[in-house]
Design a protein around this ligand. Structure first.
Ligand code: UDX
Length: 441
């Protein structure tokens, strides 16, 4: 395998995971970020995100001299090894752009960060180096980046990431596939070779198709979940059990068992952003994509349905009711609150006058501007105290092991609305609670 000199611009969860994992595969990696405080922490071995295995990989990479951190893209590219006399002979060969592409006005992806980095580095890039877009970007961005760089000798490659938060390191090192798109075959092969040790199926394609794969995959997953959530509602109406239904569906190899759990709606930093972006991309191409709009609509409806369940559990009105929330993060195993369905449900409960106290193992203090209006506690008993209903919003396995008998003693009314179907209804019933799930009786 060739060892490449790589610069990774942006040390968010994608950039940091990419940098640390590429270093673990033997490459020489320099990671850059504009946030000096973050870089100083990383240099000191403090990892700013909760991601299993990442701290170990960063520590190992740094100790082996294969991973370093610098402030700013300029230093990563023009001066990657200031402390290394070999640097002049070994310039950076591959530059990964891992900067955020948040949801901008009207749902379209905001490419300001990608464009700013392209402008900043265009004259610094060594001859014949390859720039890789790792961030999720609209179809055509590789071509646009190439234009912004204005360098005939520099190829721009699309290489989307498929990392799930909470298992990003595992996903990177055990990928279902690697997708690399470029209109120059040699550049695509150079990027694909970075991953050769992983032995994953690799699709070499054109840049536009590669960029589309990411949207196509994430939107399909979102659609799959909206389908399951809608199916759960129908099961409730017809007296079927969605668990049995999805298990029966999932044995069909064309469907599979994964991604079939109903919940309070899908969220996180990718699925909602990418689905909204693809709606915009389609509209701009003059194509109406009703399946996508229906998936988004079903998702909004799902959060509203959860609020209906809590209201019903409280006797028909939420005004002045005390609700104990279990879970705030968008899924278990992360501290990420971005686009969390738990927060959507919480906001709707509050809008109807409920008082909220929340416990979440990944977020044990309030976050200004995000959890405003919710009392965040580090003790589940405080969330249960005097509660008119307890509502499970995130599927933390820890919630199964709570002392439900003790919770029943301090709660005001003994009802649990379990929007993740996480808890064992029998355990809850034995503790004195009534249990309300999603898609089942
Ligand atoms: C997702 C994609 O899975 C990943 O490939 C992409 O790179 C980034 O977006 P992530 O945002 O980490 O990853 O979350 P994921 O585990 O996919 O879950 C997304 C949402 O769907 C969460 O809100 C989760 O709780 C929900 N979900 C997931 C369900 O409600 N039911 C399921 O069965 C699975």
């Amino acid at each position: 395998m060739f060892v490449r000199r790589i610069a990774v611009i942006g040390t968010g969860y994608v950039g940091l995971t990419t940098g640390a994992c590429l270093a673990s595969l033997g490459h020489q990696v320099v990671c850059a970020d504009v946030d000096e405080e973050k870089i100083n922490k990383l240099k000191a071995g403090t990892i700013p995100i909760l991601e299993p295995g990442l701290t170990e990989l960063v520590t190992e990479g740094m100790a082996a001299g294969r991973l370093k951190f610098v402030v700013g893209a300029r230093d990563a590219i023009a001066n990657p090894n200031a402390d290394d006399t070999e640097s002049e002979d070994n310039p950076v060969e591959v530059v990964f752009l891992c900067v955020p592409t948040p949801m901008g006005a009207g749902g379209a992806a905001d490419l300001a960060a990608v464009e700013a980095v392209a402008q900043e580095v265009r004259d610094l890039l060594p001859r014949n180096c390859v720039v890789v877009n790792k961030s999720t970007v609209p179809v055509g961005t590789a071509a646009r980046t190439k234009q912004l760089l204005g360098r005939r000798d520099v190829a721009v490659v699309s290489n989307p990431e498929f990392l799930r938060e909470g298992s990003a390191v595992h996903d990177f090192l055990n990928p279902d596939r690697i997708v690399v798109g470029c209109d120059q075959q040699d550049a695509a092969e150079k990027v694909a070779a970075l991953y050769s040790r992983l032995g994953a199926p690799t699709l070499l394609t054109d840049a536009a198709s590669s960029e589309m794969v990411k949207y196509a995959a994430n939107c399909f997953l979102a659609m799959k979940l909206s389908y399951v959530n809608a199916m759960a509602e129908l099961c409730e109406r017809l007296g079927a059990d969605v668990h049995e239904v999805t298990e029966g569906m999932g044995y069909d190899k064309r469907i599979g068992q994964a991604f079939l759990k109903p919940g309070p709606g899908w969220g996180g930093s990718c699925l909602p952003k990418d689905t909204n972006a693809l709606v915009q991309i389609s509209a701009a191409a003059g194509f109406d994509f009703p399946l996508l709009n229906a998936s988004l609509e079903t998702n909004n409806r799902q959060a509203a349905r959860m609020v209906d369940k809590v209201r019903a559990a409280c006797g028909g009105s939420l005004s002045g009711k005390r609700i104990g929330l279990l879970g705030l993060t968008f899924k278990a195993g992360t501290d990420d609150l971005r686009d969390s369905p738990a927060l959507t449900v919480a906001a709707a409960l509050r809008a109807e006058g409920a008082e909220l106290t929340a416990f979440d193992p990944g977020c044990q203090t309030g976050v200004a501007g995000v959890t405003d209006g919710i009392t965040v506690t580090d003790d589940p008993m405080t969330a249960a105290k005097d509660a008119d209903a307890i509502t499970v919003l995130t599927e933390w396995p820890e919630f199964r092991a709570l002392d439900w008998k003790a919770m029943a003693k301090v709660a005001s009314r003994r009802t649990v609305v379990d929007t993740r179907n996480l808890l064992d209804p029998d355990v809850l019933r034995r503790a004195g609670f009534s249990w309300v799930g999603v898609g089942c009786r």
